[in-house]
Design a protein around this ligand. Structure first.
Ligand code: PMP
Length: 423
């Protein structure tokens, strides 16, 4: 189950949890030594993509130097070794998500592809005209558009569960929207635009009471929270390697085996078959049925290294440390006049979206960049969230396990500079 740390009121004033040695962690990330526009880089764009520890970089280099071959098909030494490495990465993901079996782990390109896969396999089979997909008003475009495409194909309806002014799902309204025509619920675990941690146990229990399966978009949760798909009873769970200190180009779809077994394949090609004739193709078993073509072997090896790295620190330690960072940053930024935080949910992870009165977020981002501070500005691929709050864009600082209190102080100093420029 996801860990949510509730902090005491005065937490921001206290020193950070002593067992967490952030300087030691920073030394694991070579890119943090970089200068940006003549300043030490302050990287606060982790929700877009995280930086990679040396262990991940070395694992990828090591794969190409010592272990590269195509998998599953060869009888030779290197092919067997690469296959073992790939399948051992699958087992690492299984342990990370606490899935029951490794065959419930499907390697895909990204969280985006994982969601499209479910929409176009499970969705294509189970939705008909007039059926409904329920999502929330805080979803990333990756958890909106695949369902819109499906709804267009099937003449089905996308139903949106509303959020309140703090950016929290309004649970009783959500429950009310689950009806006889609802075929699937798709919700984010953590919102990339607001930082809200959704109450998955309640959401999933409400849906399951009505026999509706739930897909969780866990792209923003995997780097920050400990995840237990069995305790959550999630039916599908999607993650992206690059957001959790792993490489780009690899992601994972977890699915309950009973659902995966009965779903049709997503793409056709090599490896997803057990036999092919022009008359009839017999599909391979899960997970290979969903992994057509040569997969991202080096990506899987890199993701394995990222999981080992996270395990070495401990997800609960990471969650606690990042929560302290977020509490400190929230307090410091809210104390600046003219700054408004967007997304003030009681349960949040690592994302601080804000606007400054009278100053466009792009100008905020550009001036911060001159100070070597990387934040993201724009709609964060969540335009409906912006619409909900009556704004076009925000500036977003998003934190990782290697960020420090000093970097938040630099952000605060940068915001003061922005205000001076526009004074
Ligand atoms: N969901 C959320 C909440 C995200 O933040 C993102 C990435 N910004 C995605 C899905 C999609 O991830 P990817 O681009 O790696 O597929």
């Amino acid at each position: 189950m996801s860990t949510v740390v509730r902090l005491p009121e005065d937490a921001a004033a206290r020193p950070f949890s002593p067992p967490f040695n952030v300087q030691k962690i920073r030394a694991d990330f070579p890119i943090l030594e970089e200068m940006a526009r003549g300043h030490h880089l302050v990287y606060l764009d982790n929700a877009a993509t995280s930086q990679k520890p040396r262990a991940v970089i070395d694992a990828i280099v090591g794969y190409y130097e010592h272990g590269n071959a195509n998998i599953h098909r060869g009888v030779h030494y290197l092919s067997e070794k690469a296959t073992q490495d790939f399948e051992s990465a699958r087992q690492a993901v299984q342990r990370f998500l606490r899935a029951k079996q490794a065959s419930e782990i499907i390697f895909v390109r990204s969280a985006t592809e994982a969601i499209n896969l479910v929409a176009q396999t499970y969705g294509r089979v189970h939705l008909g005209e007039g059926d409904e997909v329920v999502i929330s008003a805080m979803e990333h475009h990756s958890n909106i558009v695949p369902w819109q495409l499906l709804c267009e194909q099937k003449r089905a309806r996308l139903v949106i569960a509303p959020i309140n002014d703090a950016g929290e799902l309004i649970l009783h309204e959500f429950e009310h929207l689950l009806g006889a025509r609802t075929r699937i619920v798709a919700v984010g675990h953590v919102s990339n635009a607001l930082g809200t941690i959704n109450p998955l146990p309640e959401i999933i229990a409400m849906a399951h009471k009505k026999h509706i399966p739930v897909l969780v978009d866990g792209a923003q949760a995997a780097p920050h929270l400990s995840i237990d798909v069995q305790a959550l009873d999630a039916d599908f769970y999607a993650i992206s390697g690059h957001k959790m200190y792993g490489p780009t180009g690899i992601g994972v779809l977890y699915g309950k085996i009973a659902l995966l077994d009965e779903m049709p394949p997503y793409q056709g090609g090599g490896d997803m078959i057990s036999s092919v004739t022009f008359e009839k193709t017999v599909y391979n078993k899960v997970p290979h049925k969903f992994e057509a073509g040569t997969p991202d072997m080096s990506g899987a090896v890199g993701l394995h290294a990222a999981i080992d790295y996270l395990d070495g620190i401990g997800m609960d330690n990471i969650a606690r440390y990042e929560h302290e960072l977020l509490a400190y940053a929230s307090e410091e930024l809210s104390a600046i006049s003219g700054v408004r935080l967007i997304g003030t949910a009681r349960q949040k992870a690592s994302v601080l979206s804000f606007i400054i009165e009278g100053i466009h977020p792009h100008d905020v981002g550009t001036i911060l960049d001159q100070e070597g501070i990387a934040v993201r500005t724009g709609h964060h691929c969540a335009q409906p969230v912006m619409e909900r709050f009556g704004i076009d864009a925000t500036a977003r600082a998003s934190f990782a396990l290697y960020n420090t209190r000093e970097e938040i102080d630099a952000l605060v100093g940068g915001i003061q500079k922005v205000k001076e420029v526009f004074a």
